[in-house]
Design a protein. Structure first.
Length: 188
């Protein structure tokens, strides 16, 4: 491996985003080419060939990796990978999608399985889609508790909870107090 190739290899081992789009690498043992940020297991140095463009890699007989999508246009949703899918799902959740629909429906909207969607949320956010949705509803409830004098039941249903008990349980889980005590403490 030349000095320049050694630098490129170190960049791919580190998954250095500064090199993304500047070079591609092919793995001779698999016949696949990738971007330097690919999350796949890193190949042995002797199994790597470097290319300045994805078309050079394809001309050399390599096929595109399905994880990092090196053949896609820089800046496209495919280029950004799973982060794009998570952001799309978060937009739906922010609009209250999970209040009337199932997780399977949300996954269908994103073009993936519900199991994969849960994995992506755990990977990117450390929480499930339902936990994110519940947090959103609790944030709405807190705002209503602080700014209105509506009953706790009215606030629970207005913020998207199907039952008062579930609202109280979620609220206590996050704030370690009941909604009524929270209201008394914040309104002085």
């Amino acid at each position: 491996m030349t000095k320049d190739e050694n630098i490129l290899y170190q960049a791919l081992v580190a998954r250095d985003a500064n090199f993304d789009g500047h070079f591609y690498f092919g793995v001779t043992s698999t016949g696949i080419y990738c971007r330097p940020i690919c999350p796949a297991i890193k190949p042995k140095p002797q199994n790597v060939l470097f290319f300045t463009s994805y078309s050079d890699a394809e001309d050399a007989g390599f096929r595109a990796c399905k994880r990092c999508r090196p053949e896609s246009r820089p800046g496209s949703p495919a280029w950004h990978g799973t982060e794009t899918t998570v952001k799309k799902a978060l937009r739906y959740i922010a609009q209250g999608f999970l209040e009337q629909n199932s997780l399977n429906d949300l996954a269908d909207k994103c073009g993936i399985s519900s199991r994969h969607l849960r994995r992506l949320f755990q990977q990117h956010l450390g929480r499930s889609p339902h936990q994110i949705s519940s947090q959103r509803r609790i944030e709405i409830a807190v705002k209503l508790l602080e700014t209105t004098d509506h009953s706790i039941a009215t606030i629970a249903f207005a913020s998207g909870f199907k039952s008062l008990r579930r609202f109280n349980d979620h609220f206590k889980e996050i704030y370690r107090t009941s909604p009524s005590l929270y209201r008394r403490k914040t309104n002085g």
